[in-house]
Design a protein around this ligand. Sequence first.
Ligand code: GRF
Length: 189
Amino acid sequence: MPLRLGVMASGAGSNFEALVDSFRHGSLCGEVALLVVNNRDCGAQRRAERLGIDWELHDHRLQPNREQLDQALVQAFRTASVDLVVMAGWMRVVTPILIGAFPNRLINIHPSLLPSFRGLDAVGQALAAGVTLAGCTAHLVSEEVDAGRILVQAAVPVLSGDDHASLSRRIQVQEHRILPLAVALAAQG
Ligand code: GRF
């Protein structure tokens, strides 16, 4: 069955574009049916315009609380008949309203080898800790932040001389590889 994927993004949107590429030229069957952004004119929105993907702005600043924002997202994804949703750099904490609407079908990508370095600036945390292996994790979303069931991980070495930018770039290459794998796994249940 072709998959209808929803994607949520706040920033540059490179993971969003990697998912679109996987549908168009890679292993995934279906399409990204809807991108939701919370920051107007973010990179993800501009990529959607270039790629011809439907997108909607849901600005969290215009909602009274997290629950109302998530309710609006659920409505948008249901209207777009989305089967599965990926948080691809969504910089907001989500609530049981969104999690419960897509049980085992809401995925997040996080730039660390979870359960290490949950939360903000995982790459900075890894550098500060002096680990020699960093990486990324695609996981199901649970109410506890960055703690849901792990679907796919990839490890990358931390090289001497690495800074935040160089390590982030190496991790992102792997994010773009494992996120479509995680989507395929979650779609198979
Ligand atoms: C990724 O590094 C992801 O792990 C984190 O946010 C970043 C999003 O990057 N959650 P992009 O917007 O997909 O380029």
